[in-house]
Design a protein around this ligand. Structure first.
Ligand code: PLP
Length: 400
């Protein structure tokens, strides 16, 4: 027993991301009811630092649950896992040479269960839902999140309800059905799916695990930040380029960096955080460029990258803040540029990325041209998913 308790979660409370108001973590929460803003998990990091040391990491399991002390699940028996996380951080030597760069790396999230990094968030959220006794889940999703929720709900023996725009990638629709979820196709955008999902939640007592409206998906995604630093030998890269939809990943990585400083893993240094969005759906880029804190919703979002087709983000101010505080930037790329970069990443590196992953490479090329990234910067691209989930859109785009 002593070992088991030593490695336990040091979750202490939840905190409103805007006002800092404190909430207890022992019952299910969604947004701060007072202002509709996200709640973020806080930990006793001094206690966590006693066991979550750099030298302890080599003996830990090769999944995101290796960071147990800073994960929100109290009883390890509640962890719902398919082996997500601890994905490779691959040196992109040939692509780097092609671009004239010295140190380019790709964090390949396409190898996660269900083919995208949504596995991290949903492993965390489904585990915590189980711990809090919530056995019926719902979610509006344009794609990968729904597949991940359905898979983790399946292994946990839970009920899953998915509300998806009718034009969502075929793979996501099929996998949800395969995992035994109830799939509801919605005529309209993700915002319409969100409204209908919320109504169903109300009516049938379903727990909505929409990102950032539920506090723990971001805890799963933050582990990308821990892994990047650990895999670089506890060093921080110069630049992280992130394909941004709702921004959960960028918020999570930024949160992880702050936690790691308190754990004494790193100092005050931070990577420049680069937020990439699609030209046809760029609310966060617009907010950043206009000097605003909150984003205006996009009326008619269009991009083949379903994960970046998010017209309004509840964590908008957290993304914009991370980009500004880090000295990074925000920019758009076109769908054509994404597809061209999908092809480049595939032919130079043997990684067949989701269009969202392609977007990070397209952005890197623009930033090298403008001088905002230097050829000798150590740059990490997040390939957030596998192209194999987008064959219906990528086939025609690649001329097949
Ligand atoms: C959801 C998704 C994104 C966007 O992630 P956020 O953290 O919500 O911004 C990017 N890429 C893929 C493949 C996704 O599924």
């Amino acid at each position: 027993m002593p070992e088991r308790t030593q490695f336990r979660s040091r979750l202490s409370h939840l905190e409103c991301a805007l006002t800092g108001e404190r909430f207890e973590h022992d019952h299910p929460h969604r947004l701060n009811p007072a202002n509709g803003k996200p709640l973020l998990a806080r930990y006793d990091l001094a206690k966590a630092a006693e066991t979550l040391t750099k030298s302890a990491m080599s003996g830990r399991e090769p999944s995101m649950w290796r960071y147990r002390e800073v994960m929100p699940v109290i009883d390890p028996a509640n962890i719902v896992t398919l082996g997500e996380g601890f994905t490779p951080l691959l040196p992109a030597v040939r692509l780097g040479k092609h671009l004239g760069m010295g140190s380019l790396l790709i964090k390949d999230e396409g190898v996660n269960p269900t083919g995208s990094f949504k596995a991290r968030g949903l492993s965390a959220a489904v585990s915590k839902a189980l711990e809090l006794g919530k056995m019926k889940l719902t979610m509006p999703s344009a794609g990968n999140a729904a597949g991940a929720m359905s898979a983790y709900a399946a292994v946990a023996g839970m009920e899953a309800h998915v509300f998806m725009p009718r034009d969502a990638p075929q793979a996501n629709q099929i996998e949800c059905v395969a995992y035994g979820a109830e799939l509801n196709l919605v005529d309209g955008f993700i915002t319409d799916a969100g409204r209908i999902s919320a109504e169903a939640a109300e009516k049938h007592g379903l727990f909505d695990v929409s990102t950032l409206k539920e506090p723990y998906r971001v805890e799963g995604k933050k582990t990308m930040g821990y892994e990047i630093v650990e895999q670089l030998g506890f060093e921080v890269p110069d630049v992280v380029i992130y394909p941004t939809g709702g921004g959960t990943g960028i918020i999570g990585i930024w949160k992880a960096l702050a936690e790691m400083q308190q754990l004494d893993w790193i100092g005050p240094e931070r990577p420049r955080m680069i937020c990439v969005q699609a030209e046809g759906c760029a609310p966060l880029v617009n907010a950043y460029k206009n000097g605003e804190e909150f984003a205006e919703p996009v009326a008619n979002p269009t991009t083949l990258a379903a994960g970046m087709r998010v017209p309004a983000a509840v964590g908008d101010f957290l993304v914009v803040r991370a980009v500004r505080e880090s000295g990074g930037t925000a920019l758009t790329v076109t769908d054509d540029q994404m597809v061209e970069s999908v092809r480049d990443m595939a032919r130079f590196e043997g990684i067949f990325p989701a269009p969202e992953g392609g977007a990070t490479l397209a952005a890197l090329e623009k930033l090298l041209d403008s001088g905002e990234v230097n050829p000798d910067d150590r740059v990490v691209l997040l390939n957030t998913g596998s192209a194999l989930k987008y064959l219906d859109v990528l086939g025609p785009a690649l001329g097949l």
